[in-house]
Design a protein around this ligand. Structure first.
Ligand code: PLP
Length: 360
């Protein structure tokens, strides 16, 4: 078996321990004689799996009792619609546009009501997070929406926006469980799990109970009503069982690692190795304003598209996969999620140094 260092932005690297455990349980999950893939979602065994996964997530994130945890399908993109459908009581919401994903969510919200752009960093190719300490926020907004970590551009909110009392909704797809969060500051926290938590196919929605209502926008499909999913404990229909099972294993792994404060330290240490190198490199440079840098997604460029392509190709040949930047921005991007070991980042930096020397 040979494993590469996988810097993919998602689906992304998972802890080897989790993959091995899943492999061991593939044919016979704990004496059931079948794989988790093959069992009824109404079985006692699966009920234990989903309940334990939720309990471990609650424990890791210290989720208050007045929040529901939903394991859903449709990816983060489906939430771009579900959020306005469920939350736009006044048909008006504010969006802070800090990249492609926030932009998509903003565009989707416009289908359902009035979506107001409260701030944007489009003027500098989304390379920073706008000052959100004193935004002009209309009184009658149903919520303020952010994408907390911008996977493509590599920026992250270091302080949450001052919503002036409005409900905060955050897409945390690419920073989920990378550090502790105060859940009580949000109305909704959601994300696709395929970056930091598990395989594609599961989206986790953590929602304050008072936001789960019957009076959603007319035409909202039953499946997209948070109330349907909350009342049925995510088992209204067949949930993404195998994905939830893997997420559960990752939650256990995170607890074993010491929880989210320890993950934050580890992630800061890993990101520092890469950013310190970029800051002194004569060839490579980071593309993000320093104070807004993400711990998870690190974009960088040489300034020469041909050299970027050469780097990506040589890196691939040396066992560093998926370093090509997003198709909309070019350059390179190293995604260094929870499961990327420090040695992976050190090896990448050593490789970058060598490339710099050879291409000076
Ligand atoms: C921050 C963020 N939001 C949303 C999405 C879209 O997720 P999905 O493909 O699960 O719909 C992505 C995917 O890369 C993302 O990075």
């Amino acid at each position: 078996m040979s494993r590469v260092y996988n810097f993919s932005a998602g689906p992304a690297v998972l802890p080897e321990e989790v993959l091995k455990e899943a492999a061991d349980e593939m044919m016979d999950y704990r004496g059931c004689g079948m794989s988790v893939m093959e069992m009824s979602h109404r079985s006692k065994v699966f009920d234990d799996i989903i309940k334990e996964a939720e309990a471990d997530l609650r424990d890791l994130m210290q989720i208050p009792d007045n929040y529901k945890v939903l394991f859903l399908q449709g990816g983060a993109s489906q939430q771009f619609a579900a959020i306005p459908m469920n939350l736009m009581k006044n048909r008006k919401a504010g969006y802070i546009v800090t990249g492609q994903w926030a932009k998509k969510a903003f565009a989707e919200a416009k289908i359902y009501g009035e979506a107001v752009e409260l701030a944007s960093s489009a003027d500098k190719t989304f390379s920073y997070i706008p000052d959100c300490s004193d935004l002009d926020i209309p009184e009658d907004l149903d919520y303020v929406y952010i994408c907390e970590n911008n996977t493509i551009y590599g920026t992250k909110y270091k302080t949450l926006p001052n919503t002036k009392g409005h409900t905060l909704v955050a897409d945390v797809s690419s920073c989920f469980l990378s550090e502790p969060v105060d859940v009580s500051k949000y109305g909704v926290i959601y994300g696709g799990v395929q970056k930091n938590i598990g395989p594609a196919g599961v989206v986790i929605v953590i929602i304050r109970e008072d936001l789960i209502r019957d009076d959603v926008l007319p035409g909202t499909p039953t499946m997209l009503k948070y109330k349907t999913q909350a009342d049925a404990d995510s088992l209204y229909n067949t949930p993404p069982c195998y994905g939830i099972y893997i997420c559960g294993k990752v939650f256990k792994w995170l607890k074993k690692m010491g929880g989210l404060s320890v993950m934050k330290e580890r992630n800061e240490e890993k990101a520092k190795i890469l950013y310190d190198f970029l800051d002194q490199s004569k060839l490579f440079k980071g593309t993000v304003r320093k104070e807004d840098r993400s711990l998870m997604n690190v974009p960088f460029v040489t300034g020469d598209a041909d050299l970027d392509a050469k780097f990506v190709a040589e890196a691939k040949a040396a066992g560093f996969e998926n370093l090509k930047g997003h198709r909309t921005v070019g350059g390179m991007r190293a995604s260094i999620y929870n499961a990327m070991p420090k040695e992976g980042v050190e090896a990448l930096v050593a490789f970058m140094k060598k490339f710099e020397e050879e291409n000076a």
